[in-house]
Design a binder for this molecule. Structure first.
Ligand SMILES: [Zn+2]
Length: 284
């Protein structure tokens, strides 16, 4: 389903829509179980890196779409950090309702031009587009530590490209294993004031509960979390295997990871203020 109504509702109500990355179907099952328990909208994300890991988009993408389609709450399937426009076309053909085009490695002009083309293509197919500003330092594009999004540049980028949401650099960075990122809440509120599109926080694994709930109240409407929840999954599997070194059946320990991930996702959805936020009547 189209994530835009849920993201807009989150923006209006000052909460956040949880967007969680999967690498296997048990992740998707855990996230959907949590969202159903919380009666919250959900975005299942598949990154270009995940596609590379599996060797192609179709098996993992179709499984995620099927799991989303069976959910009792609105669940969108989103292609995350796509640099390859062909992959975006394929995702749209398969039925993804949201994509992030990542042109941050391009020059600013090329990023704008390609983002605009992606928006034209996706909007023709009713698909939402998230993007980010061009690389302004660091190998991690706009999310590198120390990099900050300029509100006027962000405003213009959204106007020039027509994107539906914008990933902003406000102090988080990808793949952090500790939750101590210092976010610039003042910048978030200035961005939320001038940028027409909802804001997205990447690298939220490194952000504490307290800061996550502050940032959604300040103006971030979609919160991407991957590394932190992977750590919860892996921790539970590791503990199971340590307690039962002769375990053979993969379901026994993967189930532990899935259950732990679902519980923590449910809790995080509460931190984002999303419990009870599922819109009725938008479920496709
Ligand atoms: Zn990201």
């Amino acid at each position: 389903m189209d994530p835009r109504p849920s993201i807009q509702a989150a923006r209006d109500a000052k909460h956040g829509v949880g967007a969680f990355n999967l690498t296997m179907i048990e992740h998707a099952e855990a996230f959907v179980a949590a969202a159903e328990r919380a009666n919250a909208p959900l975005i299942l994300q598949i990154s270009e890196n995940c596609v590379r890991y599996h060797g192609s988009l179709e098996p993992v993408g179709l499984a995620a779409l099927e799991i989303a389609g069976q959910a009792s709450v609105p669940v969108a399937v989103h292609l995350d950090h796509a640099e390859d426009v062909t992959l975006i076309h394929r995702a749209v053909e398969l039925g993804f309702t949201s994509v992030m085009y990542d042109g941050s490695k391009l020059t600013d002009d090329d990023n704008r031009a390609t983002t605009r083309e992606v928006v034209e293509f996706c909007h023709r197919h009713g698909v939402a587009v998230e993007a980010e500003l061009g690389e302004i330092g660091g190998k991690d594009g706009a999310h590198a530590p120390g990099i900050r999004t300029d509100p006027q540049e962000a405003k213009k980028f959204v106007e020039d490209t027509g994107v539906d949401s914008l990933a902003v650099a406000v102090g988080s960075s990808h793949a952090m294993s500790s939750r101590d990122a210092m976010l610039d809440l003042d910048l978030v509120s200035r961005l939320a004031e001038v940028v027409a599109a909802p804001l997205v926080l990447h690298g939220s694994s490194g952000v504490s509960d307290e800061t996550l709930s502050a940032i959604v109240q300040t103006g971030v409407s979609k919160v991407n979390i991957a590394t932190y929840l992977n750590g919860v999954f892996t921790g539970a599997v590791r503990a199971y295997l340590a307690g039962d070194p002769s375990a053979l059946d993969t379901r026994k320990y993967i189930r532990c990871g899935r259950d732990a991930m679902a519980d923590e996702t449910y809790r995080l959805l509460g931190v984002l203020g999303a419990h009870g936020a599922a819109l009725t009547g938008v479920h496709a």
